[in-house]
Design a protein around this ligand. Structure first.
Ligand code: ATP
Ligand code: MG
Length: 390
């Protein structure tokens, strides 16, 4: 289900007959759900997050316009496209629907071909918009990658000098300390000795701080290198399921009480790629999922128990790895920026915001794609597609 690519269509109509006809028309190529009234439509839209809603206008209690207004007000459902299905053939009504944000109209009595064609067109527009977004992201990442590589390279040398010099400084100050105490000999007054000790301790403390700082910069430069494309000679055949299992074991020990893991591993062909880097991708995504569940529990004490599910399958020449969590989810901005280097919603100092940009670069470098789908306060799904060439 998680990896099912069939689009989800919600049909809303108070007439049973219409629901049956439309379901029959669409169910071969889509996953169809029905709602008999406005209230039910809002509940199901919120829960199922359909890709498209076919909405009747004239219904008792809550009409189609009111349903659309509510859908648009709710940040979980406001991006779901809506096609009105109506017996009304009045331009005013059509204008009202379009102003409220409907995508299209289908008039009753409808012809099977028109319904199918309009639904297919809307779904195609959505798919194209997603592809365009992915292409833009790739372009952006490519230029950011070049910039990042340049910056990483420029920082690498000076930070290494500073790190090595801090090491040398420790040795030099230790020598100086011994030299002074040897020179003073045993007759040195205890008070003066204590004064020297305290001065030297302060010096060692400052050198240690410099070394901690340069170590952090060195780690950061190493991470930056991972998000830039460069040749790596250690490609090998990888058993993805085994790799996921070890990544899960690692993540599990870190954050065992946050969430339970549920897995479903279909048999997969081996993937020829970079094992170290790919392992890093899985760990980054799993850690984010754990953090998202933890964050949700901090803000919603009544939230359901955390579950992180990991599914794999092989389809159309691609290994698909879907990692889903029921954590805090992401708003639109986060979903758009998640793969950008340094984008983070964590407090300053808590995270670098490089985890997902590294994942993006590593997956792309190996010919794959990584996608995000999320609903704020509900769930996030990260899907990784890796090509298997035979
Ligand atoms: N599963 C998820 N659920 C909710 N938000 C997520 C999830 N994964 C990523 N994010 C969002 O994307 C942002 C960027 O993620 P990324 O892994 O790149 O950096 P980070 O986790 O903030 O920092 P770091 O990985 O360096 O510790 C996160 O700060 C968070 O807002
Ligand atoms: Mg992260």
């Amino acid at each position: 289900m998680l990896l099912n690519e069939r689009s989800k269509v919600l049909i809303v109509d108070d007439e049973r007959r219409n629901l049956i006809i439309l379901t029959e028309l669409l169910r071969d190529s889509h996953e169809v759900t029905v709602a008999k009234c406005g209230k039910q439509a809002l509940e199901k839209a919120n829960k199922l997050l359909p890709d498209l809603i076919l909405l009747d206008i004239i219904m008792p209690d809550m009409n189609g316009f009111e349903v659309l207004t509510q859908l648009k007000k709710n940040k979980t459902t406001n991006a779901i496209p809506v096609i009105f299905i109506t017996g009304l053939n009045a331009p005013d009504e059509e204008r009202k629907g379009l102003t409220l944000g409907a995508q299209d109209y289908i008039y009753k009595p409808f012809s099977a071909d028109v319904v199918k064609a309009r639904v297919a067109t809307q779904l195609k527009i959505i798919e194209q918009a997603k592809q365009l977004q992915q292409a833009k992201l790739k372009e952006k990442m490519a230029s950011l990658g070049t910039l990042t590589a340049g910056v990483a390279h420029e920082i690498n040398n000076p930070v290494n000098f500073a790190h090595v010099s801090a090491d040398n400084l420790t040795a030099d100050v230790t020598d100086l300390q011994h030299f002074i105490f040897d020179l003073a000999g045993d007759s040195l007054d205890q008070e003066v000795r204590d004064e020297f000790d305290s001065k030297f301790n302060q010096l060692f403390f400052h050198i240690k701080t410099i070394k901690e700082g340069t170590s952090r910069i060195k780690d950061l430069v190493e991470d930056l290198w991972s998000i830039t494309l460069h040749d790596n000679p250690d490609k090998t055949d990888i058993n993805i399921v085994q790799m996921l299992q070890s990544a899960l074991a690692m993540t599990n020990t870190n954050l065992a009480d946050v969430a339970t893991f549920s897995t479903q591993f279909d048999e997969l062909p081996t993937f020829y790629g970079y094992p170290g880097k790919l392992n890093q991708v899985f760990i980054n995504v799993l850690l984010n999922a754990c953090e998202a569940v933890h964050k949700k529990h901090l803000t919603h004490s009544d939230a359901p128990a955390g579950v992180i599910s990991v599914h794999t399958r092989f389809s159309s020449g691609f290994i698909e790895i879907a990692i889903q969590d029921n954590g805090c989810g992401m708003n639109e901005t986060s979903q758009q920026k998640i793969f950008e280097p340094f984008y983070t919603t964590k407090e300053v100092g808590d995270g670098t915001g490089l985890g997902m940009s590294m994942a993006f670069a590593i997956v792309e470098e190996q010919g794959g794609t990584i996608k995000v789908k999320s609903t704020l306060d509900k769930c996030s799904l990260i899907t990784i597609y890796l090509p298997v060439t035979t």
